[in-house]
Design a protein around this ligand. Structure first.
Ligand code: NAD
Length: 691
């Protein structure tokens, strides 16, 4: 678990717990023993703690969090980490951490407990606990302020900001930076100067400026006030830092333990931890365990529009050479420009080096000819959402490429059966449904037909992972998983609008529920014409969805397509995506209402939230009933990553279970009576009730 090796007066402790060097209780025990042994060996002058050349440690084993059943358990685990790291800090012999890779959360807390830190040039540092809705429990709230000052520390703790090795050196978080392959030598060199061990938790050199400290806490309060009230971690972090500075580091450590226990008891933390594991599980598909993914050395993307150019960017970002084919020269030029601009932006933000950007751009070539995609191992089509166009393109891909090519479609609504029908080798067709913008959105729905070969599905899963995205494998059915579950939610928003609810009130209710934006604003962004076209396909397959509100149809007919036209449900100023009240859209809303004898009415936010969310819940159970998703947790991952469903609620199905399925069915029955059959619970949901 920890390799122990002494040479030239230096004890090298190398974490050896593959694949991630995650820290669990056994490793903490091994650490204490190793430190005690090194302290007792007279020939040892100093200690170096390191991981492997590319990666120090993933931090605390999150599996430990799942074993926590009570506040006592949480305090016990936090204390075990604090005490083991205190043993490192208390060592009478100087201890240097030599770290590389992403040094996150528990790994950074570990490194901060050492007396000195040497980092590889590409190391990156962050405190990510807040992303799991918990506060650090291993001394991070005490040692970070003492190394980088309270202002920067609070910002890192509250926002999970990542900093590079250069900034870490400037701030004093690390003492030296060197090439990754010289880490150990650099650490030894530091020890040769016979440094006096400095206990981080006793340092005060960054704490003297009272005005700056007060300003840091004011800023932290502002940050915390902007966060969700369900997540108590920001409050606990501020309290622990304050106790550490105003009382003592020991008092701060105790506050950290109790804060950690309180955070762990919140549904928000439990839901985020549930999703953390659910995300890691999606690519483990039981019947694909034996399937061998095929090699993808070169890819082709057909259609260089919005999605095609995003997919190209995702591929070159992962080092996959791509040839992009569009039939329109102008589309190729525009797509290339979009990619260049997006990459350039990352360079100017310091998130990508100039060399790396050039390397990426060198991986793309464009063409209008089919024969130039002949070498591709995998071809992704992202042409217009039109059955005939897509069928023709799939046939061309088969004609141009080798018989072994994997053919992926990025269709968002069309059943793959309809497309496979046009192919000579339909068993090589798989869906890879990316989300817009494809270079950033973390989800890829991988869609399999009954006839799709397992190695083809495994190839799509493997490629999505190579692009650092989360693949969720689903069975073929119109709308697949995400669009199918999300569309009823959006349609319900338009129904409420038609019934008299105010557009802004609908959007506000869903933002208050936790979505990043309301459904009407979102549809303006995606395009109301896309909504109408999607519904046209899905309502044929799912009759219970009911019709789309006349408001959406009239808006599209009158050219209010959304942001791209400066006008949708809301009005937009040129170059600005802030939604404003739109008198012309309001005119259409009023006309449709008047035609049905309806007038504006104030709808309570609870009613809005209930109707919209329960439409999703009800459809999600239908997706499970039909076996479209393999696991409930897959559905929860897909909806949180694909639509922005609030992760602190754990996903659509987890939310339903938290409400209680008895209550869900009761409310759906009541809504079915009041609003219509679209709310009727499916067989599976009725069966699961009371289970
Ligand atoms: P788009 O209109 O921006 O781009 C389509 C491109 O395909 C155009 O550049 C067009 O010239 C090209 N094209 C058409 N026929 C071609 C052919 N025979 N050979 C080569 N190129 C051809 O469309 P988009 O928004 O990028 O959507 C593409 C696909 O992705 C659709 O199936 C859509 O449903 C799906 N999708 C879109 C989104 C989205 O938000 N836009 C999200 C997920 C999936």
């Amino acid at each position: 678990m920890i390799d122990y090796h002494v040479s030239d007066g230096v004890c090298l402790l190398r974490l050896n717990s593959p694949p991630l060097n995650a820290i669990d209780l056994a490793m903490l025990e091994a650490l204490r023993k190793a430190i005690a042994r090194a302290s007792g060996e007279s020939e040892v002058r100093g200690i170096v703690i390191t991981g492997d050349a590319e990666h120090f440690s993933a931090g605390a084993d999150v599996g430990l969090f799942r074993q926590i059943a009570s506040a006592d358990d949480a305090v016990h685990i936090s204390r075990a980490f604090q005490e083991a790291f205190a043993a490192v800090e208390d060592s009478s012999k100087p201890v240097v951490a030599a770290v590389a890779g992403k040094v996150i959360a528990g790994a950074l807390e570990f490194a901060m407990a050492c007396h000195f830190r040497v980092a590889g040039r590409r190391a990156r540092f962050s405190m990510q606990e807040i992303n799991l809705a918990i506060n650090p429990g291993a001394g991070g709230t005490q040692r970070l302020p003492r190394l980088v000052g309270p202002g920067k520390a609070l910002k890192m703790l509250l926002t999970a900001e990542t900093i590079g090795a250069g900034e870490a050196l400037e701030l004093g978080l690390v003492d030296a930076v060197c090439e990754g392959d010289q880490l150990i030598e650099r650490a030894r060199e530091l020890l040769r100067s016979a440094p006096v061990p400095q206990k981080t938790s006793r340092r005060t050199d960054k704490l003297g400026d009272h005005a700056a400290t007060r300003a840091a806490f004011d800023e932290a309060e502002k940050l915390a006030a902007g966060m969700r009230p369900e997540i108590i971690a920001p409050r606990k972090i501020i309290d622990a830092v304050k106790a550490g500075l105003e009382e003592s580091a020991d008092a701060g450590l105790v506050r950290e333990q109790t804060g950690f226990a309180e955070c762990m008891a919140t549904p928000a933390a439990q839901n985020k931890i549930y999703l953390f594991f659910a995300i890691r599980q999606t690519s483990k598909v039981p019947d694909l365990a034996e399937a061998r993914p095929l090699r993808v050395a070169r890819a082709a993307v057909i259609g260089m529009g919005t999605m095609g150019s995003g997919i190209v960017q995702a591929l070159i970002g992962a080092g996959v050479p791509v040839v992009a084919r569009d039939e329109d020269e102008a589309a190729l030029a525009k797509g290339t420009e979009r990619i260049q601009r997006s990459i350039q932006k990352r360079v100017s933000q310091g998130r990508l080096s100039g060399d790396r950007a050039e390397e990426m751009l060198g991986l793309v070539s464009t063409t209008t000819r089919w024969d130039e995609i002949a070498d591709a191992d995998l071809a992704i089509e992202a042409v217009f959402e039109d059955v005939d166009v897509k069928r023709a393109v799939l046939r061309e891909i088969e004609r141009a490429c080798r018989p072994e090519v994997v053919v992926a479609s990025n269709t968002s609504t069309i059943s793959l059966d309809v497309l496979a029908d046009a192919m000579d080798r339909p068993e090589r067709l798989v869906g890879m449904h990316f989300f817009n913008p494809a270079q950033r959105m973390p989800l890829v729905e991988v869609i399999r037909r009954a006839e799709t070969r397992s190695d083809v599905v495994a190839t799509a899963v493997g490629l999505a992972k190579r692009l650092r995205k989360t693949p969720v494998v689903v069975r073929n059915r119109e709308g697949f998983l995400v669009n199918r579950v999300f569309l009823p939610y959006v349609k319900e928003a338009f129904w409420l609008l038609e019934e008299g609810a105010d557009a802004e009130a609908i959007d506000r209710a869903m933002v208050d529920f936790g979505f990043p934006m309301g459904p009407l604003t979102l549809m303006d962004m995606a395009g109301l014409d896309i909504l109408v076209a999607t519904d046209r396909v899905l309502c044929l397959a799912f009759a219970w969805h009911g019709p789309l509100s006349q408001i959406a149809i009239r808006l599209v007919d009158d050219g209010h397509l959304g942001q791209k036209r400066g006008s949708g449900v809301y009005k937009y100023e040129k170059g600005d995506y802030t939604p404003h009240h739109s008198p012309s859209a309001q005119g259409i809303v009023a006309e449709v209402r008047a035609g049905q004898g309806r007038s504006p009415r104030e709808v309570p936010p609870r009613e809005i939230t209930e109707r919209l969310v329960l439409r999703m819940v009800s459809e999600a159970f239908r997706v499970m009933e039909e076996g479209v998703a393999g696991r409930e947790s897959d559905l929860d991952v897909a909806m949180t990553l694909g639509t922005g469903f609030p992760d602190f609620r754990g996903g659509v199905l987890r939310y339903a279970h938290d409400l209680g399925l008895d209550r869900v069915v009761g409310r759906l029955d009541a809504l079915a009576d009041k609003c219509g059959e679209r709310f009727s619970p499916c067989r599976l949901l009725r069966e699961r009730k009371g289970a």
